[in-house]
Design a protein around this ligand. Structure first.
Ligand code: ZN
Length: 139
């Protein structure tokens, strides 16, 4: 892979990223994004494969919300503010949802670049970034 990165000149972080990207072919058994498109970028595949961790953390938050509510109804909850705690936990849950991978970067795909500010050079984006991309980039 480093040989491939060196083919085009000095080995830089960018040339390594491009060489890594070339290694992953759009195989039909690659995972798909939220739109059903087959993922082709190694970094996107890694993110989508790890995304279940976000859902697991969200499930833990739901458990904590139930535990806080139960404790708040006991004498131990005398000085608790369960509504405030619940709001904070819901916000944490939403932040994790917001962070979830949604699709490969439409900006990079449209402009044939390999990393950009929109995807924070990860080659994938969340739903909000995807939805705010110009329509011609989302096709
Ligand atoms: Zn990008």
């Amino acid at each position: 892979m480093l040989d491939r990165a060196a083919d085009t000149g000095p080995v830089t972080a960018k040339s390594i990223r491009e060489a890594v990207a070339e290694v992953v072919a759009p195989e039909p058994d690659n995972p798909v994004d939220a739109l059903g498109n087959i993922l082709t970028e190694a970094s996107a595949i890694q993110a989508f494969e790890a995304a279940s961790e976000l859902k697991a953390i969200q499930a833990e938050i739901q458990k904590v919300r139930r535990r806080v509510k139960a404790v708040a109804e006991t004498p131990l909850g005398n000085f608790m503010r369960p509504q405030g705690i619940d709001i904070d936990l819901k916000n944490a849950w939403r932040q994790l949802k917001h962070a979830a991978p949604y699709a490969e970067c439409p900006y990079c795909r449209f402009k044939h670049t390999h990393g950009c500010d929109a995807c924070r050079h990860s080659l994938w984006v969340n739903k909000m970034v995807y939805d705010t991309a110009p329509a011609e980039m989302r096709e």
